[in-house]
Design a protein around this ligand. Structure first.
Ligand code: C2E
Ligand code: CA
Ligand code: CA
Length: 910
């Protein structure tokens, strides 16, 4: 090595001695001194540089070139740097032996010289890199750790790895920093965790792994296994927490427990074997089914235990499932469904005991076969899979014809007679709706021609999956029950005598029409047969029934088929014509009905005649009356028709109802009046025109109404006639007047008594005896009593009247025809009635002297009456002129206001 020749002539040059010391010091540092003369660019160095450069023993030229290359940046810097400046350069260096060395060159810029030392600092460099590498690797470990790792200090998070962020449901670790740890710990775990941290008193102390619950940002909780370590962070105590998500582990544990429980508790035998078929596991169900404890079973060949050749490998090869008959330890046979799978080099066998199910199936089949109900099973495709014997019997088809057929194509009808579309078939309905069907009534034609009515129920075999289910259709033959039901329903709604609708059905149908009426007017005709009671009473009920049947039939035949004809009871019928075109059409219909009713009826070769009083209500679309109200109003109108003389019809109007109501009230008052004796009798004298003496008195009934005052008999008598009240009144009159006359006769007053009789009284079978009794009680001879019956009444009920009148005649009572001239009676008829007296109606008497016609009529009446030997009485004589005229015309007797007003007995005979 060459010494630096010029160093002594440089300022601050070290002396040689000093150089030796420096060398020594430097060698301890393994440093080598080098220098450069700027003037010559000559590099010099102290010994040891070759070793430093890893080229020990190399020639001077090689050492120089390597050194020059290494220090070049220093040299360049030094040329431009100021004097005395220290320069330093540390750089890697590839030594020829392949090592990477780190060399440090330090130098100071002297005047014209650069003096430096070179060190090998490789060792220091390697230490630092390893540390950095380690830190890098550690950081990666933490960042990539699947476990959550976090550091907290003073309760706040100061570090979190990505896993921690993930578990916490945060977007990045940064979001967690600075937040309280308690934000992430479930409330119930906080105190435990704090307690564990408190125990970490020493730096580096670690907690035992413990489970705690954490909370995600969305609030869900999850279990973590936690280990905390006491550490330092930025020089102060902190805790590093390592958390492992154990939910999967817990789930796996739960799954294992579940599987174990399953094996423990299933009802199927679960048997594990090794490859040779020796049992390695035998669950409690296997113990039960085969009657063998696990302890005995383990290690034994499975075939021996189940009493059958059971080769798991063969079962697996055959598709994994098979059926076998096994034997239990007690020798009983078991029907088993066996499935097998390979597992861990052995097998696991699942043996399901189907013995009970088979038995149940067998029982079920027997039950179904013995049912009275038909049972069909329809497959998912809609084809019939099975049919029990009852189904064959009810449907009239052998099983062979049924199986495989498609019931949805059968002709099946509903109760209205509509054929079911395939969609409406019970199984299709259940498939769509998912709900079982019960008691659907259907009609199915049988091959023989007779239809059967069925009550059909249907349910899906697997209700949760109707789409692919089979369906059980069961049905009972209700043909007979239905027939009875229909008959009962018919009986409940029809009149047994005529077969017509009864009141209930009439109201039902009328109600239905009203609901759907819209713009169709409806006519309700209330028809009451006139004089039916007479026929019934005199000819007997069987004749009456036949007349009613014929009348009903005539009504039915006369109306349209859409009209309703009903019988409300007795001789009351109703016709409802829906959609009739107004009043004119209704009149035409009514006339038509009356025409047909009044045709003679022949019963037992007797010619009978009925007529009817008809009340009509027309209800337009705007009408708000109910069916009951319409029927009631038609009844009112009919009543009106009856009071207006029967054999006619009346339309209902509102005034009619009001009048009706007054009548009803009056009728009630009249009843009370009879009961409380508020009726009294007035007597009007009848004078013999040849002697001018009073020969008789006519009894006229009087009623003083407490509110209305005197009510005329022309109003209240017809009222009474409409009910049985007239008979009561009649009897009262007869009793009272005969008694009165008896008294007067005893006093020597030789007069006869005239009492008016209503036709309704002639209907009363008790009349004749009542008259007889009254006369006897009063001690009067029958000839002292003359009963007056109006001409029109007589003519209306001629046949009947004549019978009763004859009976009265036979008693010796006299008879008079009242109001003569107002009717159309013929002389021949009058003769047949064997009357005594004819009373000229006061309307003729009233016109005498004012009308020639009246005089002529009166003249001819008198002549005619005298011709058949009747006594003629003129009533309503109000003046002398009338009296004289009548006298002149040969009238026998007269009465009237001119001769004496009707007065109470005590006044008349005072
Ligand atoms: P009628 O049998 O024709 O009775 C005669 C009616 O003429 C009576 O009316 C009487 O008051 C009235 N009269 C008598 N003289 C005159 C007169 O000079 N001029 C006028 N304008 N009228 C006269 P009344 O009492 O109102 O009786 C009316 C009808 O009531 C009777 O007519 C009779 O048909 C009926 N009636 C009265 N009482 C009874 C009774 O007890 N039973 C029955 N069934 N009917 C009776
Ligand atoms: Ca009279
Ligand atoms: Ca009269």
């Amino acid at each position: 090595m060459e010494a630096n020749a010029n160093r002594s002539d440089r300022p601050g040059r070290v002396s040689v001695d000093q150089e030796q010391v420096v060398d020594l010091a430097l060698s301890a540092e393994r440093a080598v001194v080098w220098s450069l003369d700027f003037a010559t660019d000559r590099l010099t160095w102290r010994p040891g540089l070759d070793r430093l450069l890893g080229i020990e023993g190399a020639g001077e030229a090689e050492v120089r070139s390597r050194l020059a290359e290494l220090v070049e940046p220093l040299v360049i810097a030094a040329r431009t740097a100021s004097l005395w400046q220290d320069l330093e350069l540390e750089q890697p260096y590839e030594s020829p032996d392949g090592r990477t060395l780190w060399l440090r060159f330090r130098a100071r810029n002297f005047d014209g010289h650069l003096l430096g030392i070179a060190n090998n600092v490789t060792d220091r460099h390697e230490d630092r890199r390893e540390l950095a590498d380690l830190a890098d690797r550690y950081r990666l470990l933490i960042e990539l750790s699947p476990d959550a790792i976090a550091v907290h200090q003073d309760g706040l998070v100061t570090y979190a790895n990505p896993a921690a962020a993930r578990f916490a449901g945060a977007g990045s670790p940064a979001e967690l920093l600075g937040r309280p740890v308690t934000d992430f710990v479930a409330v119930e775990s906080v105190s435990d965790m704090a307690e564990r941290l408190r125990q970490l008193t020493e730096p580096g102390a670690t907690t035992q792994p413990a489970e705690a619950f954490f909370v995600r940002s969305d609030g869900t909780r999850f279990p973590m296994e936690v280990v905390s370590v006491r550490t330092t962070w930025a020089g102060r105590p902190a805790y590093q927490v390592i958390m492992r998500d154990v939910s999967a582990q817990r789930a796996a544990e739960a799954a294992l427990r579940y599987q174990a429980a399953l094996v423990e508790h299933v009802s199927d035998a679960i048997i594990a074997t090794d490859a040779e078929g020796l049992v390695t596991s035998w669950n409690p169900a296997a113990e039960d089914i085969y009657g063998l404890p696990s302890a005995k079973a383990l290690g034994c060949p499975v075939s021996e235990l189940v009493g059958a050749a059971l080769d798991p490998a063969a079962v697996v090869a055959g598709g994994g499932v098979g059926q076998q008959t096994h034997r239990a330890a007690d020798g009983s046979a078991l029907v088993m469904r066996v499935s097998a799978a390979e597992m861990n080099g052995g097998y696991v066998l699942v043996c399901a005991d189907e013995t009970a199910r088979r038995r149940a199936e067998q029982q079920y089949r027997t039950v179904v076969a013995s049912l009275d109900e038909g049972v069909l099973v329809i497959g998912p495709s809609g084809r019939l899979l099975s049919a029990n014997p009852a189904a064959e019997r009810i449907l009239g088809l052998p099983e062979a014809d049924l199986l495989g057929s498609s019931p949805r194509e059968w002709p099946v009808y509903d109760e209205r007679g509509n054929r079911l579309s395939p969609d409406e078939f019970p199984s299709a309905v259940v498939r769509r709706g998912g709900k079982a069907l019960q008691g659907r009534v259907l009609r199915v034609p049988r091959p023989g021609g007779r239809d059967v009515w069925l009550s059909v129920s249907c349910r899906a075999m697997t209700p949760d999956d109707c789409e692919f289910s089979s369906f059980v259709v069961s049905f009972a033959d209700i043909t007979e029950r239905r027939a009875i039901g229909e008959r009962l329903a018919h009986e409940a709604t029809h009149d047994p005598l005529t077969g017509l609708a009864n009141r209930t059905l009439v109201l039902d149908k009328l109600g239905a029409m009203l609901r759907t009426r819209e713009h169709a007017p409806t006519a309700v005709l209330f028809i009451d047969l006139d004089k039916f009671k007479v026929i019934n009473d005199s000819l007997g009920h069987s004749v009456g029934d036949r007349v009613l049947r014929i009348a009903g039939e005539r009504l039915r035949r006369t109306v349209r088929s859409t009209d309703v004809v009903g019988r409300l009871g007795g001789d009351e019928f109703v016709v409802i014509a829906n959609g009739i075109d107004g009043e004119a059409a209704t009149r035409a219909l009514t006339e038509h009905l009356r025409d047909s009713l009044t045709q003679p009826i022949w019963v037992d070769s007797r010619r009978l005649h009925v007529d009817a009083s008809i009340g009509i209500v027309l209800a337009g679309p705007e009408d708000r009356r109910t069916a009951e109200e319409l029927l009631r109003d038609a009844d009112v109108a009919m009543y009106q028709a009856k009071t207006r003389g029967r054999s006619r019809y009346e339309f209902f109007d509102v005034g009619l109802r009001r009048r009706m109501q007054r009548r009803l009230r009056l009728e009630q008052d009249l009843r009370d009046a009879v009961r409380h004796g508020r009726l009294w009798t007035a007597y009007q004298p009848v004078v013999d025109l040849s002697t001018d003496r009073v020969v008789a008195v006519e009894a006229l009934l009087r009623w003083n109404h407490p509110i209305h005052g005197p009510v005329s008999p022309t109003e209240f008598i017809p009222l009474a006639e409409e009910s049985d009240l007239i008979n009561l009144l009649g009897a009262h009159m007869l009793g009272e007047t005969t008694r009165e006359l008896g008294i007067q006769r005893d006093r020597g007053t030789e007069v006869d008594l005239k009492v008016n009789l209503s036709t309704r009284q002639l209907d009363d079978p008790a009349l004749v005896t009542a008259v007889e009794h009254a006369l006897a009680t009063a001690g009067l001879p029958p000839s002292a009593l003359c009963l007056e019956i109006t001409e029109s009444a007589l003519m209306r009920d001629f046949v009947l009247a004549s019978e009763t009148l004859t009976a009265l005649r036979e008693l010796g009572v006299r008879l008079a025809i009242d109001d003569f001239g107002t009717g159309y009676s013929s002389l021949a008829q009058l003769q047949r009635l064997t009357l005594d007296t004819l009373k000229i109606d006061r309307s003729f008497v009233n016109r005498l002297g004012r009308s020639r016609d009246a005089e002529a009529i009166v003249t001819s009446i008198i002549a005619m009456a005298h011709a058949v030997e009747l006594t003629v009485v003129a009533e309503g004589v109000e003046n002398a002129e009338q009296l004289e005229l009548l006298r002149g015309l040969g009238c026998d007797q007269a009465q009237g206001y001119y001769l004496g007003r009707p007065r109470p007995a005590h006044e008349l005979w005072a």
